[in-house]
Design a protein around this ligand. Structure first.
Ligand code: NAD
Ligand code: UGA
Length: 466
């Protein structure tokens, strides 16, 4: 089957970059990314390509090349569905905030709305692709919705989870470790659909890296991959606390352990805790699924990854309070970084939010510098927690455009995101502008303790005995 038109529902962190790369690599296919959020679509269409709504290194260049040629962003969802032979569903699947499974299960209401809209609009056969991360067996529910409309349209449902990481999305999409496609390979039509999607990726991904499986394996592999990745971070973070007590250095431990080729060196960087929109939500979802099958030991095993991560964020914040003579009330604390990792403007579930919330409860005054995050986003992140009034949040936390304003008359500076530019800051200047003793808390393990001490800082580096 030759694909001429692709539609992607959801113009977010996954839909936008993924479709931009498909469009760039497949100039003969028209790719239309649609969203109900008209503001987001307008930003994707902004004349100045630097204003697209997602910051990812290299993304604006890819968008610039394909946009208007065979890459389109539109709020006309019906039209794009109608014209496409292949539809990616790339909408958000947050943790449910109400009802059954509240705080654990994935909220599938946006997915179901998409399925119902596809069912309502379609007049020709469609390949529908789960791009969003979904609980295992969601394809069954989609099939039920799509096939009970009685309009004679044939639907093939594929699972094609996305493994890109933010900050390296373009690189990951251009040169993926693997592309995973789950389909109904026992039927002719199912095989044809899988083949059609394989052919899209084969424009640039070597065939041996395109893996085809049954649908359930594909859905579950995505949750498994995120659980394993997050588990590594929680594992090294658990060791970071032990390092601080024993004089071991977590960087040295990570290096020694990672040199074992069976373990590998990646994803062993100790931190103030993992953030991002997916690790926590996907593990909670996995825990919920395991519990729903009565697999309580499996559920408890994975839940521990989250428990450890919450502990890591909390102990970092508590250590600031303890070190500052057990009170931060009325004290200025400078934050370097707010995004959940470097090279992204995404702040979802960022550790910085939880550390700030803890310190605000202790009545600290916080000043934040992040090269890509604006004050309105910081306010929105704190308001979302609902810990105090919006007014109080705005009185207590401010964002600045210059990293040196963060240290001016601050009692402490904390590094929450590992932006490269923080390594280049004039530390002597920061020290001079701070109140003394000048405390520095490095939640990203980017500083070398010895050079800080020489300047005069009282330093705490995660995973080091200071
Ligand atoms: P996002 O919130 O950035 O984008 C989702 C978009 O879908 C939003 O713009 C929203 O307006 C739109 N949307 C929701 N319902 C819609 C509807 N009915 N019709 C049209 N548009 C609709 O989310 P994201 O970060 O792109 O994540 C999307 C999915 O991909 C999630 O399941 C996530 O788990 C998964 N994922 C995310 C990443 C990542 O790095 N962010 C990586 C891999 C997988
Ligand atoms: C993660 C996965 O890496 C992707 O493969 C997956 O597609 C994606 O989730 C998803 O499903 O959303 P992402 O969350 O964008 O990607 O970024 P990561 O690089 O995985 O970092 C996640 C968090 O872990 C960040 O807060 C990061 O700072 C932290 N981290 C990561 C560490 O603290 N230490 C490490 O060694 C690695």
């Amino acid at each position: 089957m030759k694909i001429k038109n692709i539609c992607c529902i959801g113009a977010g962190y996954v839909g936008g970059p993924t479709m931009a790369v498909i469009a760039q690599k497949c100039p003969e296919i028209n790719v239309t990314v649609v969203d109900i959020n008209e503001k987001r679509i307008a930003a994707w269409n902004d004349k100045d390509v630097e204003n697209i709504p997602i910051y990812e290194p290299g993304l604006s260049k890819v968008v610039d090349e394909a946009r208007g040629r065979n890459l389109f962003f539109s709020a006309d969802v019906d039209k794009a569905i109608d014209q496409a032979e292949m539809i990616f569903i790339s909408v958000n699947t947050p943790t449910k905030a109400y009802g059954m499974g509240k705080g654990m299960a994935a909220d599938l209401k946006f997915i179901e709305l998409c399925a119902r809209q596809i069912a309502r609009v379609s007049t020709s056969d469609k390949i529908v692709i789960e791009k969003s991360t979904l609980p295992v067996r969601t394809a069954e529910a989609l099939k039920n919705i799509l096939e009970n409309t009685g309009n004679g349209v044939n639907y093939q449902i594929l699972s094609n989870p996305e493994f890109l990481a933010e900050g390296t999305a373009v690189e990951d999409l251009m040169d993926p470790d693997r592309v995973l496609i789950g389909g109904d390979i026992d039927t002719e039509k199912g095989k044809e659909a899988v083949e059609a999607l394989v052919n899209v990726y084969a424009h640039w991904v070597p065939k041996e890296r395109i893996l085809t499986t049954n649908v359930w394996s594909s859905e579950l592999s995505k949750l498994t991959a995120n659980a394993f990745l997050a588990q590594r971070v929680s594992s090294i973070n658990a060791m970071s606390e032990l390092c601080e007590k024993t004089g071991a250095d977590v960087n040295e431990v990570a290096k020694a352990v990672g040199m074992d080729s069976r373990i590998g060196s990646k994803f062993l960087k100790s931190s103030v805790g993992f953030g991002g929109s997916c690790f926590q939500k996907d593990i909670l979802n996995l825990v919920y699924i395991a519990k729903s099958f009565g697999l309580n030991e499996v559920a408890d095993y994975w839940e521990q990854v989250i428990i450890m991560n919450d502990h890591q964020k909390r102990r970092f914040a508590a250590n600031i309070v303890r070190t500052l003579f057990n009170t931060v009330a009325g004290k200025k604390i400078g934050f370097l970084g707010w995004a959940f990792k470097k090279d992204t403007n995404d702040t979802r579930e960022s550790a910085a939010i939880y550390v700030a919330d803890y310190l605000l409860n202790e009545q600290a005054e916080i000043v934040v510098y992040d090269p890509k995050v604006k004050e309105e986003q910081i306010n929105a992140d704190l308001d979302y927690l609902n810990t105090r009034s919006e007014k109080e949040n705005r009185q207590r936390i401010k964002a600045v455009n210059d990293p040196y304003q963060v240290s001016k008359e601050a009692h402490a500076v904390a590094i929450l995101t590992e932006w490269d530019e923080f390594k280049e800051l004039d530390r002597k200047r920061i020290y001079d502008e701070m109140l003394k003793p000048a405390f520095l808390f490095d939640g990203r393990n980017i500083l070398h303790q010895s050079s800080q001490k020489a300047i005069g800082f009282k330093t705490y580096i995660i995973g080091e005995n200071c």
